[in-house]
Design a protein around this ligand. Structure first.
Ligand SMILES: [Zn+2]
Length: 426
């Protein structure tokens, strides 16, 4: 990469800053709320039309066959390809355009696309319509600077990330539209702070435990078996035996915040016995169910994580007369981590240093995002999240993205694309 190219591209980003902000606001004004998945097609078309103006070949991919793809709420994804001298290397920038509901506590219109005091406000401002706009204008700046790439650039807008991404990135990967046969590098411009590169996330294991008791008269509970008491035995063991063990394990992956560098367990919900809002009858509870959210570390792996839960339940059973349980797996997401020495990470590090004048920080997410589908289904290990916006503002009332962040991350993305597509051949 020659430095006149860099200078021209950075100048082109600065020159298009107003358009970049306006496009972010236009995206916010389409309330693509998930659930249920409102106005996805409108938003896909807005992105696709802008890509077409920028020289992209644009395709729309409806998630035919997925149960959530309905006539009322069609799941439409958009993918644009702009060819360079060759197709490879191919850099793919992916953003989800669904947003979570606005919720309460806003002081301005969550879907007004308000621009004020150097910020763009609205639901999805940082998570992640700013990121989509940054991707689009990074590619546009390269075009306006007159730089021809050796490889190709792709940009996609996808659905349903907030609800698992099954009709979005996972679906594109299953259709082989996202695949190691087509793309070399994937960047997801999620809001993670403008100087941080996210190299993966922890694993997720959601499971349900059911305890089975025996119904009896509430005045003679000794003649029944309380499923609620037995769930209490299990919860007590988790608190005394499991939680300290989880807290003592620390991953070598740079998960943020610090507390999430350990393995964790949350109780999502619990239900047992009779409905406490209803009329009460004197009965011993014969059923209790609880759902747990276990976040596991790359170093732990799923098999050991599940075996540990199973062993705890078996100990509780062995030491508690009449305790009977069932364990059911609800969801497993394996941890992902971008390979050490990835040229994708190195290019973003150089871009951040160049644009912001400070070193990049590598982090990993405490939760999970579409990276898993790119890695596990598409088979593209060189994937990261990097984009504008402050992570803590995602899903909050009065969500915003700073215009300086938006412009700077657009520059970093453009420099990264330049660098990654300059090497010839594949
Ligand atoms: Zn997001």
């Amino acid at each position: 990469m020659v430095s006149p190219d860099i200078d021209r591209v950075l100048a082109a980003v600065d020159a298009s800053a107003d358009e970049l902000v306006a496009f972010t606001a236009d995206l916010i004004r389409i309330p693509t709320v998930n659930p249920p998945g409102e106005l996805y097609e409108d938003c896909a078309r807005l992105i696709g039309d802008r890509l077409a103006l920028g020289g992209f070949e644009v395709e729309y991919h409806a998630a035919e066959g997925r149960p959530e793809h309905t006539s009322a709420h069609p799941r439409v994804n958009v993918v644009g390809l702009r060819r360079g001298r060759a197709l490879r290397p191919a850099v793919h920038l992916n953003g989800h355009f669904d947003v979570v509901p606005a919720g309460a506590g806003w002081t301005l219109d969550p879907f007004g696309g308000v621009v004020r005091d150097g910020r763009v406000y609205g639901r999805g401002a940082c998570d992640m319509k700013a990121g989509i706009a940054a991707a689009v204008y990074a590619a546009e700046a390269i075009r306006r600077a007159g730089v021809e790439l050796n490889g190709s650039i792709e940009i996609s807008g996808t659905v349903d990330e907030e609800s698992g991404g099954f009709a979005g990135v996972a679906w594109l990967a299953q259709q082989k539209r996202l695949s190691a046969d087509r793309q070399d590098f994937v960047i997801i411009p999620e809001p993670l702070n403008v100087d941080r590169i996210c190299i993966g996330h922890r694993g997720v294991y959601w499971f349900e435990v059911t305890t089975h008791g025996r119904i009896g008269h509430g005045s003679m509970p000794f003649l029944g078996v309380s499923a609620i008491e037995h769930m209490g035995v299990i919860l007590d063991r988790m608190r005394r035996e499991l939680l300290p063990a989880l807290a003592s394990r620390t991953t070598g992956v740079p998960v943020v915040p610090d507390g999430a560098r350990h393995a964790t367990l949350n109780i999502n919900g619990i239900m047992g016995g009779q409905d406490v809002n209803g009329i009460q009858t004197p009965c011993v509870a014969d059923l209790c169910r609880a759902v747990f959210d276990r976040r596991f570390l790359l170093e732990e792996g799923f098999d050991a994580t599940r075996a540990e839960i199973q062993a705890l339940l078996d100990r509780a059973t062995a030491e508690t007369p009449q305790l009977a349980y069932a364990l059911r797996d609800l969801m497993v997401v394996h941890p992902v981590r971008t390979p050490e020495g990835s040229p994708l990470v190195a290019s973003l590090e150089r871009g951040i240093q160049h644009v912001l004048g400070r070193p990049a920080v590598q982090i990993a997410s405490p939760g999970t995002y579409d990276h898993k589908h790119v890695d596990r289904i598409a088979g593209i290990p060189n994937c990261v999240a990097y984009g504008p916006g402050i992570l803590d503002l995602a899903h909050q009332p009065d969500e915003w993205c700073g215009i300086d962040d938006l412009v700077n991350s657009t520059k970093v993305l453009a420099l990264s694309v330049l660098e990654l597509t300059q090497t010839t051949g594949h």
